[in-house]
Design a protein around this ligand. Structure first.
Ligand SMILES: Cc1ncc(COP(=O)(O)O)c(C=O)c1O
Length: 324
């Protein structure tokens, strides 16, 4: 990847003159069966831009209660797009058609106008659960039946595609906008793209500018993205397998509950109390292993490109040597 970055042809992307960025945008748009794409620094920015260009102030967006766009983007939907959010409580984070239809406001001036159904795939906060293409088709069809626009937060969409054996090409028809990340499972240092029609991407470019996300000789980073798309997608299955191995070992530990069987690269489970949380985090950290807390007692492990089988063996040893 570093070699591909060093060899990149670059130009001024603010003037559309960076041929490597242009190539990445064209590649990703074609991959998802959509017209155009726009390269941005982060997944937060691509989600925020997508929402900005498919809503009007005073609208309402329907999404899962733990959706990144709602929970982890600093209130950006209210700040950047002046919209409210209708959050849906579903255990696995997967919205069904009735979750959409039952949460559309009547056409009445007392209510915000429901204008978007936003999905996330895979669903981070639900433990990396994912939609099948059919589930996506069903829920987005319902949304469109009610004249709603559809957005996909696909920060980890390649994990979902690999897990379900679906084709990116088929996704485009179901969404107005899709955001994808290059810097998570795909292993790039930075980068995300928002994808959609030519007309929407023209608007997206204005939004990116005002957010300060228009960059110049950024082909070096786009080259990393092209490399990752060519070399790091299929291998995500290995991350998923390692996550399953970790989950299998965790289920043998009496102090673990509510483990979500991993569908992708995220392992989520509960611990009984703060003392165990603190001691387990410290024990793992001592051995070079980092875990994150999703809630006070809910821990998350994520497997990735830089976590190999030797590290997995070390990890399992570390887990086995922990005394709850
Ligand atoms: C589901 C999801 N969407 C969007 C993002 C935002 O990406 P970024 O950290 O690049 O802003 C994340 C980050 O973890 C995420 O998990």
């Amino acid at each position: 990847m570093l070699e591909a970055m060093l060899a990149a042809q670059v130009g001024d992307d603010v003037y559309d003159e960076d041929e490597t960025v242009n190539a990445l945008q064209a590649k990703v748009a074609a991959m998802f069966g959509m017209e155009d794409a726009l390269f941005c620094p982060s997944g937060t920015m691509t989600n925020q831009i997508a929402m900005r260009i498919i809503t009007e102030p005073q609208d309402e967006v329907i999404c899962y209660k733990g959706a990144h766009i709602y929970k982890y983007e600093g209130g950006g939907l209210a700040y950047n797009s002046q919209v409210s959010t209708r959050t849906i409580k579903v255990g696995d984070g997967i919205l069904k058609p009735t979750d959409v239809s039952a949460n559309i406001n009547p056409d009445n001036i007392h209510y915000p106008r429901t204008s978007v159904a936003a999905l996330e795939n895979s669903v981070n906060r639900a433990g990396g659960t994912c939609y099948t293409l059919q589930e996506i088709a069903d829920v987005t069809q319902e949304a469109r039946k009610h004249q709603l626009k559809t957005h996909l937060d696909g920060a980890r969409v390649f994990n979902a595609l690999v897990a379900k054996g679906d084709k990116a090409q088929e996704y485009g028809q179901h969404f107005d906008t899709i955001s994808v990340c290059l810097s998570k499972g795909l292993g790039c240092p930075i980068g995300s793209l928002v994808i959609g029609s030519k007309a929407l991407m023209k608007k997206a470019k204005r939004s990116r500018k005002v957010l300060g996300g228009a960059m110049r000789q950024v082909g070096y980073l786009a080259a990393a993205g092209i490399y990752a798309l060519d070399h790091h997608v299929e291998r995500l299955a290995e991350d998923h397998q390692r996550a399953k191995t970790i989950a299998d070992r965790l289920t043998t530990k009496s102090y673990i509950s509510n483990l979500v069987p991993p569908q992708t690269n995220i392992v989520l489970f509960d611990l009984p109390n703060q003392d165990i949380v603190d001691r387990l985090l410290a024990h793992l950290k001592n051995q070079g292993i980092l875990a994150g807390m999703m809630d006070t007692l809910t821990m998350r492990f994520v497997t990735h490109l830089d976590f190999d089988d030797d590290q997995l063996t070390q990890f399992l040893k570390a887990l086995d040597s922990f005394e709850a």
